[in-house]
Design a protein around this ligand. Sequence first.
Ligand code: MN
Ligand code: MN
Length: 311
Amino acid sequence: MALKVIGHIAPDTDTVCSPIAYAWFLKEKKGIDAEAYVSGTLNKETQYILDHFQVEIPLLLTKFNQGDQVFIMDTNNPDELLPGISNATIKGIIDHHKLVGGLKTEEPLTIVMEPIACTATIVWNLMKREGVTDLPKEIAGVMLCAILSDTLKFTSPTTTDVDRLAAEELAALCGEDIDSLSEEMFAAKSDLSGMSTRDILTVDSKIFEFGSKKARISVLETTKPDNALAMLEDLRFEMTQMKNEEHSDYVFFFVVDILHTEAHLVVATDEEKEIAEVAFGKVFDQETLTLPGVVSRKKQISPMLQKVIVG
Ligand code: MN
Ligand code: MN
């Protein structure tokens, strides 16, 4: 059975494209039987990218089965993986997030983790290290897109010189213009048509354990923040519903304005409002809390909220 290369649930572009590229590398360059999978429906940005480079959507997996051999990418958090991960044999992890613990293996495995902006950057560097630079256009293309997506075209503070260099090299390999490609990707990402309020709140969403508290932090990266912010009533209603259903203590929703490099925070109750005002040292104007320069959940959002919630 082929090695399943797969990323996190609520798939984003990096978590879909890095497995595509790494499975290609394993299969074509290392002679390892490997296949890329996805853990859920693709977002519109990722759909646009696969369509643009004419790459087939990876097979959908809904759970891990006994005997599955898996290679995990873009997370190391068991809660962000499909159910049944404890039944599977984890052969490796490539990731760029904080180490949360919880995954166990019977045997030694490969782990590559780096504090950089994107899994695809790590994958590209692993390829280069083995002298593999003859990538098909579409493989270089999807890796480039993963980097542009995770760095918001280099505007996120998570961006490193390593990511920038990788993107430039991959752009040269696939012959794409970074500016126009990013523009198309972000336009696709900003299209909310056909999405329910719940979809909007969960398209890029993670649950964090902060001490004894459970906080859901959702992000919507968009070039048109007004489209989401026009739905405040519905968003708040749905956030309260989610909180009750999943027994989380807090739900935060950040509408990230890609073009202006700022975030608008939406909350449903005064509890979250008070936490956020302390965390970011700023008070709400009318309905939302505007946070200039804030775009990264990993670097600028979750650590600040955690500090206040844990106390
Ligand atoms: Mn991701
Ligand atoms: Mn990533």
